[in-house]
Design a protein around this ligand. Structure first.
Ligand SMILES: Cc1cc2nc3c(=O)[nH]c(=O)nc-3n(C[C@H](O)[C@H](O)[C@H](O)COP(=O)(O)OP(=O)(O)OC[C@H]3O[C@@H](n4cnc5c(N)ncnc54)[C@H](O)[C@@H]3O)c2cc1C
Length: 410
């Protein structure tokens, strides 16, 4: 019988890292988080958490706090430029799934989870960047860029799409650009003259572009609106993407395609009146789902975006990452309790999670395709017909009703 996992080194203090640390503690396992960035780093942007993700925030003890700083909503309305409904993206429902979706700043989620982890006595080491990892059958080591290193029973990479740990497990694999990049910005909500429009969750889809706007955070206090569009652009190297990201004037210029006749006044106002420094970009990189997540000894693993980054079109990037955190911690708790073999127990976890995420990737791909431009009116009419026919809320219980405790190593 293997000795139990009693201390884990988590690389990455984004969203998955602190959720994993709290869930490990719930399972009786201590951990330390090593985060490359400083404590006050602002990750930017706004996100929706759907009921499956919110279950994890409840387990981590932060759901009530998040409710205070978020906007609850059930759908994003899809429309064409004539204002005709094309369907909706369902993100929650109290009646069907127990909770509405919650839209919040990404930094609110991250900071709330990190604060809760710290409150529970979990050590978080900032400004500590992992350079490499190594393992033996009984432990694993993180080597940092500052020349120091630490040993733990297990090292888990929650270090995002450009993970240092994923390539250790999959030396030939690189994140792949999906072909789509979002240009986003936040603006004060009162920039939108019509108060009803200012609180709409709306994605406008035309043959030559798509434009979404919605409240970005809470219903009270400092209120913002998020707006974005998804563009099809060529791939670049990492320096090329950094250049795009830092050229906020260029990003604002890209969004001026919506300042023309046909687009609603709200879109035209937002893209013209929002200062350039508020704009940012997000190229959607994906990580091959069928790469290895767990090393042969079971001492090194990845989860979250480091394992399976997916585009945001179905609002499930963080959702899948949070589910990973709970299920991995529960699995390790069971391995400890029952004295099971680490590598085979984690192999079962990996298999279970991949089957679920594969289905989510399919849904994400379908939603991404809706945002692709069409070449002419006939193709657009065909696309709109398909969108109207596709009912999003028929059966989402498989997605939003997921029980993180359902995976058992019995
Ligand atoms: C603008 C935007 C909007 C989004 N909207 C949604 C949404 O609506 N719904 C949704 O579900 N998802 C959304 N997502 C996706 C979601 O944010 C990600 O899926 C989620 O953040 C993944 O969490 P993570 O902790 O795995 O990775 P990350 O959040 O990327 O965190 C990784 C952490 O690891 C740290 N790190 C990296 N390398 C190292 C290293 N070598 N050593 C130590 N630390 C390291 C990083 O600094 C970072 O803090 C959105 C993402 C963006 C960018």
């Amino acid at each position: 019988m293997e000795s139990p996992i009693s201390n884990v080194a988590i690389v990455g203090g984004g969203i998955t890292g602190p959720a994993l640390a709290i869930e490990l503690l719930n399972a009786g396992i201590k951990s330390t988080i090593y985060e490359a960035r400083p404590q006050n780093y602002d990750i930017g942007g706004s996100m929706v958490l759907t009921p499956n993700a919110l279950l994890v925030t409840s387990r981590c003890g932060v759901y009530d706090e998040l409710c205070e700083t978020s906007w609850p909503h059930d759908t994003v309305q899809l429309m064409n430029l004539k204002g005709d409904a094309l369907g909706s993206i369902v993100v929650g429902s109290v009646e069907k799934y127990g909770k509405s979706g919650l839209r919040m700043y990404r930094s609110t989620l991250r900071n709330t989870l990190l604060a809760e982890a710290a409150r529970r006595g979990i050590e978080i080491v900032y400004d500590r960047k992992c350079a490499s990892v190594k393992e033996n059958p009984h432990s694993a080591t993180v080597e940092f860029e500052d020349g120091t290193s630490i040993d733990a029973d297990m090292v888990i990479g929650a270090d995002g799409v450009w993970s240092r740990i994923h390539p250790y497990l999959n030396p030939d694999s690189q994140p792949k650009f999906s072909g789509q990049m979002a240009v986003l910005a936040m603006a004060p909500r009162n920039l939108i003259a019509d108060p009803e429009e200012a609180i709409m969750f709306r994605l406008l889809i035309d043959k030559q572009g798509n434009f979404a706007h919605m409240p970005a955070n809470s219903q009270s206090g400092n209120q913002s609106v998020l707006f974005f569009s998804t563009f099809e652009v060529p791939d670049r190297d990492r320096d090329g993407w950094r250049k795009i990201e830092s050229d906020t004037e260029g990003l604002k210029a890209m969004m001026q395609v919506f300042d023309q006749e046909g687009w609603p006044e709200t879109a035209r106002t937002l893209v013209t009146k929002t200062p350039a420094e508020n704009f940012f970009s997000w190229p959607f990189h994906t990580v091959r789902l069928y790469d290895q997540w767990v090393s042969k000894t079971g001492r090194i693993a990845v989860l979250g975006d480091a394992a399976h980054a997916i585009p945001p079109s179905a609002g499930q990037g963080a959702g899948m990452s949070l589910e990973d955190a709970s299920t991995l911690a529960i699995t390790l708790g069971q391995i400890n309790q029952k004295g099971l073999d680490l590598a085979s127990g984690l192999g079962r976890w990996e298999e279970h999670r991949k089957a679920r995420i594969e289905r989510v990737v399919e849904r994400t791909q379908a939603k991404s395709n809706q945002r692709k431009n069409t070449k002419d009116d006939a193709e657009q009419a065909e696309k709109e017909k398909r969108m109207r026919a596709a009912k999003d809320d028929d059966d989402l219980f498989w997605l939003y009703g997921y029980d993180v405790e359902a995976m058992s190593l019995e």
